[in-house]
Design a protein around this ligand. Structure first.
Ligand code: SF4
Length: 508
């Protein structure tokens, strides 16, 4: 009988979470590299180049791939011949591993988990608890898969009870455009088919733990109906032209994974969960011989990508920026921002707009007049950093506050990620504002442009506080111009249908 020690579980979970915070998996790096080689849309190619450059920087610097270091999801398969040497239950052991990983002073990760989700939404400060799924299986070892799932991609998860005669592929194709780009494509789609409602969701999530291998499937040809379905969804989704970050392009998904399970004769439960540019998961086994040993990937795996911030970009000074200057920005144009930016996201917007709507003053020192806001919740700095990885968060969560911010607060423009809703695009045009995007999944690269940081308001909100960043050459793309043209509309339309016939290279 194998004896699994508490200390080995805790150390292994902690080590795995640190590892996946800065290392992409080799299959993901390879697939993203192939997408970069194939991409013909200049904006999408630039976004993929930033994701790959960021990935390599994180692997070298041991800092998080994304400012959203995720909700921890753990799949544990416990062999029935295993005995535990522990005074704690399995859930407590796993959560202790999560706590250690997220509080590691050498690479502190962002604590994003809130308790009492319907009401107080109080940050638990150490990213616990994890979501843990346990199975009892035959054997004498413990297999653990650890994932850190970003909120932007998790928020786009969908479920439906289809009629048994409905087409799963048609439903997925209907849903993907509605997901928008908040899940930071290119990434993967996990599809769960069958079982019951909760089983389908679990299958979709589990399917995302598999390696990317669609190139091999294309090369050998599908052998089962499920493999045919994978290929059909992969080709049809990429033919939508959504592209990297929704800018329009050839690659939206790097792979499509499907798991199925028998279901009721009257039902066809289907779930789809996307995995983003910060796809983070790893598997290890415990056999009683000690904690898992995770080998660092070979840095030679990363493709040679020569991304430079200033290639063809317009330099913009944020200090003294005018509406007349913003009117010259073209949708899809790349800008390099320098000067002072304010930050803010959900919680700060809620407080600011409540004060403005009540006719009350904002806190001392907080004034948005003529300023640009960056929707971000950064990772805490370590060592000599002024701020940790600080990529954009999904902007449309701020849509309900935008008219007030542009009108009553005097805000000039915004930086975030993914598309804005139609009412917000109209508000941007009405106020002659602009909306810019930074690349989701390139957080460490973006944070290198931040030269100074100070908290301006609401310090008690932690990563959701309002900061003032001083940036130099921060790379962004014009997503909504001051006349209300959105690249998230025009880009995918321009690239729709162009994926067909593009060959997918296979690893040699
Ligand atoms: S890549 Fe995008 S969706 Fe993924 S964790 Fe980062 S911000 Fe969230």
């Amino acid at each position: 009988m194998t004896v699994i020690r508490e200390a080995d579980v805790i150390a292994s979970v902690a080590g795995a979470l640190q590892y996946i915070s800065y290392y992409h998996t080799p299959d993901f790096i390879g697939a993203m590299g192939r997408a970069y080689d194939l991409e013909q849309s200049a904006s999408a190619r630039d976004a993929i180049a930033q994701i790959l450059t960021n990935s390599r920087m994180c692997a070298e610097g041991h800092r998080p791939l994304c400012q959203d270091t995720g909700i921890v999801v753990v799949f544990v398969q416990v062999g029935m011949d295993v005995r535990w040497q522990s005074s704690r239950d399995l859930e407590t052991m796993v959560n202790e591993g999560v706590r250690r990983a997220y509080m590691d002073p050498d690479n502190k990760l962002r604590a994003s988990i809130v308790s009492d989700p319907a009401f107080k939404r109080a940050n638990t400060r150490d990213n616990t608890p994890a979501v843990i799924h346990v199975e009892l299986v035959a054997g004498d070892r413990v297999d653990i898969t650890v994932a850190a799932k970003g909120g932007g991609s998790e928020n786009k998860s969908l479920f439906a009870m289809l009629n048994p005669s409905d087409s799963v592929a048609d439903w997925v194709l209907e849903m993907v455009p509605e997901m928008g780009a908040g899940w930071c494509p290119p990434g993967m789609l996990g599809v769960g088919i069958g079982g019951s409602a909760e089983k389908a969701m679990l299958l979709a999530k589990k399917s995302l733990m598999q390696p990317i291998d669609i190139g091999e499937l294309i090369a050998r040809g599908p052998k089962t109906a499920l493999e045919e379905l994978r290929l059909e969804i992969y080709r049809r989704v990429n033919a939508l032209g959504i592209g990297a970050q929704g800018l329009g392009g050839l690659t939206t998904v790097l792979d499509v994974k499907i798991l199925d399970y028998p279901t009721h004769a009257a039902s066809l439960p289907v779930a789809v969960i996307p995995n983003c540019a910060a796809t983070r998961h790893i598997h290890f086994s415990l056999d009683g011989s000690g904690p898992a040993v995770l080998e660092p990937p070979d840095l030679g795996l990363w493709p040679k990508v020569s991304w430079t911030a200033d290639a063809g970009a317009r330099r913009v000074s944020l200090d003294g920026l005018t509406r007349a200057e913003m009117a010259g920005w073209k949708p899809g144009e790349r800008l390099l921002l320098s000067g002072k930016l304010l930050t803010g996201r959900d919680a700060a917007h809620k407080r600011i707009c409540a004060l403005l709507d009540a006719g009350k003053p904002l806190p001392d020192g907080l004034d948005f007049t003529g300023r640009v806001i960056y929707y971000v919740g950064p990772v805490d700095p370590v060592g000599s950093e002024v701020v940790g990885p600080a990529g954009p968060t999904t902007a449309n969560r701020m849509d309900r506050f935008t008219d007030t911010m542009l009108g009553k607060a005097g805000l000039l423009a915004m930086v975030g990620k993914a598309e804005r809703g139609p009412d917000t695009v109209q508000a941007i045009a009405r106020h002659r504002s602009a909306y810019l995007i930074a690349v989701g999944g390139a957080a460490f690269l973006v944070s290198n442009a931040i030269r100074a940081s100070r908290v301006v308001a609401f310090p008690e909100l932690g990563m959701e506080a309002v900061y003032e960043f001083e940036v130099r050459d921060m790379p962004v793309t014009v997503a909504v111009s001051s006349d209300g043209v959105s690249v998230h509309d025009t880009g995918p339309k321009a690239w729709a249908g162009k994926f067909a016939g593009i060959p997918v290279a296979v690893d040699s």
